[in-house]
Design a protein around this ligand. Structure first.
Ligand code: AKG
Length: 275
């Protein structure tokens, strides 16, 4: 809590080390963000998403993009419970307005405001965590160029409750690692997230109400020469409630080449990834 205020203090340094250890050992961690992301904004975001997913199928299908994971996706035979939308540069009002104008003929200012406010806060958090990781490796001076080379994508997801024939453990989202740098994931109070430990065991994650889940993505793993772990995760749905989640993915801008810093390369850690 109070992440911004703590920067530079001893407590901050101790926290950075904890974050790094979690990223090395598990590739993810839970962060309580009562101050950074107010509860009322989380509630507004979920209410806005409910209105969006309740739109007719043909309206939702208007949201298309040539980029992977960005179009509206739903009714996939592999994960029929899942529906999702992806939006590029969601922190920018233009992007939010273009999206809502497509979904609602009169636009939807309340949706735009919730999304813009939420994505800005999530991006700020994303960059703070990136700074913590860099500083814990003694590479704080890499932060500015990382931050400048970073862009973001936002995604919101709805998972229907499973059918009565499969009320326990229906697949909501297939196992995957995130391809980007760092992911911040928020959800409503319906659990279902699972991670695969390095020992090969699926573990359920109980995400507290005021927490977000943070994932290391493949791009950050590559930058760290494999020192940070990109964890495989999935969603399994049980019970009779709908799950809503949304994630802010930070990623390198298109023209950026990921290069492993010299500090990560030595005899015991030969270069694993070419630029
Ligand atoms: C993803 O979008 O990459 C996720 O893993 C989402 C997981 C969730 O809905 O909790």
């Amino acid at each position: 809590e109070g992440l911004v205020l703590k920067q530079g203090t001893e407590e901050w340094k101790a926290m950075n080390n904890k974050v790094r250890e979690a990223c090395e050992n598990y590739g993810c961690f839970l962060l309580l963000v009562k101050d950074e992301i107010p509860m009322n904004l989380r509630e507004e975001m979920v209410a806005a998403m409910k209105a969006l997913f309740d739109l007719p199928e043909e309206t939702k299908q208007k949201h298309t993009s040539p980029k992977p994971y960005q179009s509206y996706e739903g009714k996939s035979p592999v994960i029929p419970l899942n529906e999702s939308f992806g939006i590029d540069n969601a922190c920018e009002l233009d992007a939010a307005e273009a999206f809502t104008n497509l979904m609602w003929p009169q636009g939807k200012p309340s949706f735009c405001e919730a999304m813009k406010s939420m994505t800005s806060k999530m991006m700020e958090l994303n960059l703070i965590i990136l700074r913590m990781i860099l500083e814990s490796f003694g590479l704080g001076d890499h932060y500015e160029s990382h931050a400048q080379n970073t862009t973001s994508a936002f995604r919101f997801m709805k998972y229907k409750a499973p059918p009565p024939s499969n009320i326990n453990n229906a697949l909501g989202l297939v196992p995957h690692t995130d391809k980007n740098t760092l992911t911040i994931l928020c959800q409503n109070d319906v659990q279902g997230l699972e991670i695969l430990t390095k020992q090969g065991k699926w573990v359920e994650v109980m995400v507290p109400k005021e927490a977000v889940m943070v994932f290391v993505g493949d791009a950050l793993k590559a930058w760290s020469n494999g020192r940070l772990h990109a964890v495989t995760h999935r969603v399994m749905m049980s019970g009779d409630k709908e799950r809503y989640s949304y994630a802010l993915f930070s990623l390198p801008k298109e023209e950026v080449v990921i290069e492993v810093p010299q500090e990560f390369i030595d005899k015991e850690h030969p270069l694993l990834y070419k630029p």
